[in-house]
Design a protein around this ligand. Structure first.
Ligand code: NAD
Ligand code: TYD
Length: 379
């Protein structure tokens, strides 16, 4: 029986990780009542080194309700500004908090950045994952002769490890890996290392590969937050190539509920595909966003459409991603709750009503916010 008492969440200050922490503590950002309580009563230790993508401002409500600064000895949320490659610090954290579960989101995650500077991707995604696995194995005292079922290492991965699809077909859990970008190849490497720790040492692991997430708190260099804030600001809307690449979109809380179901119920050693079954060609999706956002902003959609700018394509731009998630639906009983219609509108409204959150990122002030509040908490 898994303990699920002291959960180390890596990358909890990033997009999906911070939504996951909100979800665990019963705080939904969807603006709907679709999301049931996770039923979690343990502690979360968020380990994040706060790269450009890490933003503690996204977690200030969690800190206020569950953190040390407000709850003292009864705190259930802890933040540790630590790099996952720093073995000594990771060892200290396992010991200090008696970690029994790892949910590993931390990564360098943006394909365009991986093309410009691949090294950080190899360090964090490959060596960082290796460091966490190795510390977990040692701390939990696991070997093939000493198996445990009360601890778990869950690794978050992406559909991009499977490569690029043509017009038809879907990625299955058994599809061979064929990554094309420095980002996806570093994630593929980490997936292999995770599986190697299961087969070689018997480390209880689970792994999930998900499609493109959308929702609140995504860094505004990614397609949807970028387009929504550019529409608001009257800036150009850059479309790579012909805009005919296809992505499958899932609402972030649906992804996170799937992760939690895996962590609670999946046998060790299993790999799960999670997806939205919701494919959109980029240009079609952008036109949809223009229609919805223009209406919210009282702008003329046809005028906004004129700001679409076709720009040079991303090198090695994967054509299509699409996932078959039958396994998670049938064997875990996982289901998505958010329709794309609802989710897209909720997301657009969230970004339009959180102008300060975006402005703080665009101006770099979120880093000042972090140092000010972090120091004030006396840490
Ligand atoms: P993100 O870039 O928004 O957040 C990553 C977080 O990790 C940041 O807070 C960053 O500070 C932290 N981090 C980076 N390097 C670190 C290091 N060396 N040590 C400690 N912390 C570090 O990413 P995201 O979109 O939230 O993605 C989270 C995970 O989900 C990643 O593993 C990614 O590959 C995977 N994923 C993302 C998507 C998506 O659509 N965004 C889809 C499928 C899978
Ligand atoms: P992105 O959000 O970067 O996610 P990923 O590359 O991981 O799928 O991009 C989603 C799609 O949108 C991808 O096909 C690239 C495209 N795109 C643009 O056309 N313009 C942009 O400015 C960005 C950021 C992405």
């Amino acid at each position: 029986m898994r303990k699920l008492k002291n959960i180390l969440v890596t990358g909890g200050a990033g997009f999906i990780g911070c939504n996951f922490i909100h979800y665990l503590f019963g705080l939904s950002n969807s603006g709907t009542d679709l999301f049931e309580d996770a039923g979690f009563d343990g502690r979360v230790i968020n380990v994040d080194c706060l790269t450009y993508a890490g933003n503690l401002e996204s977690l200030k409500d969690v800190e206020e309700k569950f953190g040390v600064s407000s709850c003292g000895e009864n705190a259930r949320y802890f933040f540790e500004k630590v790099d996952i490659c720093d073995r000594a610090q990771i060892e200290r954290i396992f010991k200090q908090y008696d970690i029994d579960t790892v949910i590993h989101f931390a990564a360098e995650s943006h394909v365009d950045r991986s093309i410009l500077g691949p090294e950080a991707f190899m360090k964090t995604n490959v060596m960082g994952t290796f460091t966490l696995l190795d510390v977990a194995r040692n701390y939990w005292g696991i070997s093939l002769d000493n198996q445990r079922d009360d601890v778990l290492f869950h690794h978050i991965s992406t559909d991009e490890v499977y490569g690029s699809l043509g017009e038809t077909g879907y990625f299955l859990e058994t599809t061979s890996y064929d990554p094309r970008s420095p980002y996806s190849s570093s994630k593929a490497s980490s997936d292999h290392i995770v599986m190697a720790y299961y087969h070689t040492y018997g480390l209880p692991i689970t792994l999930s590969n998900c499609t493109n997430n959308y929702g609140p708190f995504q860094f505004p260099e990614k397609l949807l937050p970028l387009m929504i804030s550019n529409i608001k600001d009257g800036k150009n809307l850059p479309v790579y190539g012909k805009g005919d690449n296809i992505r499958d979109w899932i609402y972030v809380e649906d992804h996170n509920r799937g992760v939690w179901q895996i962590v609670k119920n999946s046998p060790a050693g299993e790999k799960w595909n999670l997806g939205g079954e919701n494919e959109w060609q980029n240009i079609r999706l952008l036109n949809e966003v223009i229609d919805l956002a223009s209406k919210e902003l009282g702008k003329d959609a046809e005028e906004v459409r004129k700001t679409i700018t076709y720009v040079k394509d991303r090198p090695g731009h994967d054509k299509r991603y699409a996932i078959d998630c039958t396994k998670a639906k049938t064997r875990l009983g996982w289901e998505r709750k958010m329709t794309f219609e609802q989710g897209l509108l909720a997301t657009i409204r969230w970004y339009l009503s959180h102008g300060e959150w975006i402005a703080n990122i665009q101006s770099g002030a979120y880093k000042d916010w972090i140092s000010k509040n972090y120091t004030e908490q006396g840490r």
